[in-house]
Ligand binder design. Sequence first.
Ligand SMILES: NC(=O)c1ccc[n+]([C@@H]2O[C@H](COP(=O)([O-])OP(=O)(O)OC[C@H]3O[C@@H](n4cnc5c(N)ncnc54)[C@H](OP(=O)(O)O)[C@@H]3O)[C@@H](O)[C@H]2O)c1
Length: 341
Amino acid sequence: MSAHTNRKIVLNQRPQGEIQEGDLLLKEEPVRDIRDGEVLVQTLWLSLDPYMRPRMNDSKGYMDPIGIGEPIVGESVARVIESKSDKYQVGDIVTCYSGWQEYCSFPGDAPMVYKVDAGSVPLQAYLGVAGMPGRTGYCGLMYVGKPKAGETVVVSAASGPVGTVVGQTAKQQGCRVVGVAGGEEKCRFVVEELGFDACVDYKAGNLEADLKAACPDGIDVYFENVGGEVTRAVAKLLNKGSRVPICGYVSAYNAEDASKVETPFHVFGAMGENKPEHRFFLVTEWQDKHQEITKLLADQVASGKLKYRETVAEGLENAPEAFKGMLKGKNFGKQLVHIAD
Ligand SMILES: NC(=O)c1ccc[n+]([C@@H]2O[C@H](COP(=O)([O-])OP(=O)(O)OC[C@H]3O[C@@H](n4cnc5c(N)ncnc54)[C@H](OP(=O)(O)O)[C@@H]3O)[C@@H](O)[C@H]2O)c1
C-alpha cells in the first residue's frame, strides 16, 4: 500500500430535492499502489459544477448517474506524484476527471486528461474560464449562437464562469451584451468589471420591465443557463431569426420530479412561428478543439483581456456546502475547492 490516505466524498443516497445531511459522505481509505502503465495524482483544485447535481439522480441524462458509494464526479487540477507510465512524469500538472477525492489513479492512456501549462495563468483557471466552463461559453456562443456585430446577446448566470466568457466573447464580436444575474453586487461586477452593456437583477422584482429596458432592440441571441422565470421573460423579447443555445437550466436542478419541470424546450418550442432556432448542446461536441480553445482563453486570461471572479472553499470536507450554495447562487464567479498547494 502507498503511504497516502485518500479522502473522498461519495454518494450515500440519492438526494430528493436539495442535498440533505447524509446524502453525501466523507470516507477515508488507503491509496492503493499503482500498476504498470498507471499514474497517481494528487488533487490540488477541485471544480464544482452545476451538472453534478442531475448526475446524483437515478435518471439517465446525457451521462450515466453516479453509482451509490461512488465518489461524486468532477474535474480537478492535479499533480502527478507517482508514474509508471512513460506519458507522465512526477511533477506534471494535469486536468482530469478525478472526482471529489484527494488522490486518484488512472491508466496513462486514459481519455480527458490534459497536461496544462503551469506558468502563465493561475492553475485553477483551467477549471473555470480557461477550462470546461469557458470552452462551453465560447463554443456554445460562437457555434450555436452565431452572434453578429450589432446584435443583442443576453446571457443568464452572467457572473459565473460560463456567462463571464459568453458575455466578454460577445463583446469582442461587436454585440450589445446584457447579463442577467442575482443581486446588485453581481450586476455591478458584470457591467463595471466584465464590460457588459447592462445587467438585469432578476431578484429585484421587475424582471420583465428591466429586461425590456435593457434590450430596446429586442434579443437576437439568448444563451440559456438557468431556465424558469428568466426564460419566460426572454421569450417575449426574442427577435425574428433569433438563436438560443441551451446550455443548461440550473433553476430546475434541485427539482424533486424532473418530469414536472417546465424546461426551456417547452417555453421556446411553444412559440409557434416565432420560435427561435434553439437546441441543447454539450461542450464535448467540440472536443477536437479542446486544446485550441483552452489556449485561446488562457492567453486572454494571461493578457488580462478576459476577466473573471472565483469563490474558493478550503478543504474537501467543505465541498458539499459550497456545492449546495452554488446551486442557489451563493457563489460569486467560479466555485472551486482548494485541496492542496
Ligand atoms: N452544456 C454543457 O456542456 C455545459 C457545460 C458546463 C456548464 N453548463 C451549464 O452552464 C450553466 C452555468 O454554469 P456555471 O458553471 O457557469 O455556473 P455558475 O454560474 O457558477 O453557477 C450557477 C449560477 O446559476 C444561478 N442560479 C441558480 N439558481 C437560479 C435560478 N433559480 N434562476 C436564475 N439563476 C439561478 C446562480 O447565479 P445568480 O446568483 O446570478 O442567480 C448561480 O451562481 C449551468 O446551467 C450548467 O449546467 C453546461
